[in-house]
Design a protein around this ligand. Structure first.
Ligand SMILES: C[S@@+](CC[C@H](N)C(=O)[O-])C[C@H]1O[C@@H](n2cnc3c(N)ncnc32)[C@H](O)[C@@H]1O
Length: 264
C-alpha cells in the first residue's frame, strides 16, 4: 500500500530506510479510509490501489479481474521451455492463445516472450477485457494482442489447426470450497474467475476436449490447476486421445500446479 501511495521504493522498506517525512500521493484521510477497508471489509490491497505487479509488468486492475498470482508467472517460463523444444518447422508458427485472460497478464507475458505473431486473448467478461486492453495499451503491446469476448475457444474458430500454443489459468476451484476461502478471495474476487463447477474441473474438461482442434500438430497446451487435481487432469488428457508428452509441473512451492501436453 505504501509503495503505491508514496515515493518509497521497495528497497527503502526492506532496509527500513525511512526518511523522517514521506510524501503521500493522496490526502492522509483517504489513505486512512482505504486502510480501514482493508482491515474491516478485508478488501485486498491490489483492489484498493487499483494496481498489481506481475513478472515485469505494473498493471491496472479492478475487482472485475482476478488479482494475478505469482505462481501463474511460471506458466510463461513453461511456455518458453515448451516452445524452445518444438521442432524448427513449428517455430515458424507464430500465434498463441490465452484463454480466460482476466487482467491480460498471460497474453502480455506471451507477447513479450514471442516477438512474432499474434496473441489471441479470450474472456467471457466484458469488464475484464476492458482492463486487459488497457494493460496491453500501457505496456506498448496493444498491436500484438487481439481480444475476443466469448467462451473459451469458441471465438477462435478462424484459427482452427493453426495455434502453436494455448495457455490458460482457468477457474478451477470447486464451487463448495469458495465460501471457505479467505474473505479477501471469497468476498472480493470475481466468482467467475474462481468457480470451476462441482469438482473444479468444468472449464479444464472443456479446454482439454476442444484444444486439439485449434492446435497445429506438435502445438502445446499448458494450463494451471489447483493442488490435488493433477492425477485427474493427467487421466483426462490421456483419455482424450489427441495428446502426447503429457507432463505435470510443480510450482516453486513444490505443488503440482501446471499441466502440459502436446497435440499429436
Ligand atoms: C483464474 S482467472 C485468470 C485470469 C488471468 N488469466 C490470470 O491468470 O490472472 C479465469 C478467467 O477466466 C474467465 N472465464 C470464466 N469463464 C469463462 C468462459 N466460459 N470463457 C472464457 N473465459 C472465462 C474469467 O472471467 C477470468 O478472467
Amino acid at each position: 500500500m505504501l509503495l503505491e501511495t508514496t515515493d518509497l521504493q521497495p528497497l527503502d522498506l526492506h532496509l527500513q530506510h525511512l526518511p523522517p517525512f514521506v510524501h503521500l500521493h493522496m490526502p492522509w484521510a483517504r489513505l486512512e479510509a482505504l486502510w480501514q477497508q482493508k482491515l474491516t471489509a478485508r478488501v485486498p490491497v491490489q483492489y484498493l490501489t487499483g494496481t498489481a505487479h506481475w513478472r515485469q509488468f505494473q498493471l491496472q486492475i479492478s475487482s472485475a479481474v482476478l488479482i494475478p498470482r505469482p505462481e501463474t508467472e511460471e506458466l510463461i517460463d513453461w511456455a518458453m521451455t515448451a516452445a524452445a523444444a518444438q521442432p524448427p518447422a513449428l517455430q515458424a508458427v507464430a500465434d498463441w492463445a490465452d484463454l480466460g485472460t482476466g487482467s491480460g497478464v498471460i497474453a502480455l507475458g506471451l507477447a513479450s516472450l514471442f516477438p512474432e505473431g499474434m496473441i489471441h486473448a479470450v474472456d467471457v467478461s466484458e469488464a475484464a477485457l476492458a482492463i486487459a486492453a488497457l494493460n496491453a495499451q500501457t505496456q506498448g503491446l496493444k498491436a500484438r494482442i487481439q481480444f475476443y469476448q466469448g467462451e473459451w475457444l469458441q471465438p477462435l474458430a478462424h484459427l482452427r489447426g493453426s495455434l502453436r500454443g494455448i495457455v490458460s489459468n482457468p477457474p478451477y476451484i470447486p464451487t463448495a470450497l469458495i465460501p471457505t476461502l479467505t474473505p479477501e478471495v471469497s468476498q472480493h474476487e470475481p466468482h467467475l474467475a474462481l468457480d470451476g463447477g462441482v469438482d473444479g474441473l468444468g472449464p479444464i474438461r472443456e479446454i482439454i476436449a476442444t484444444a486439439p482442434q485449434y492446435l497445429c500438430s506438435g502445438g502445446v497446451l499448458l494450463f494451471e490447476m489447483m493442488m490435488g487435481q493433477d492425477q485427474a487432469i493427467y487421466q483426462l488428457l490421456q483419455a482424450q486421445g489427441d495428446y502426447r508428452q503429457i507432463q505435470i509441473h510443480r510450482d516453486l512451492a513444490g505443488v503440482a500446479r501446471f499441466a502440459q501436453a502436446e497435440r499429436k
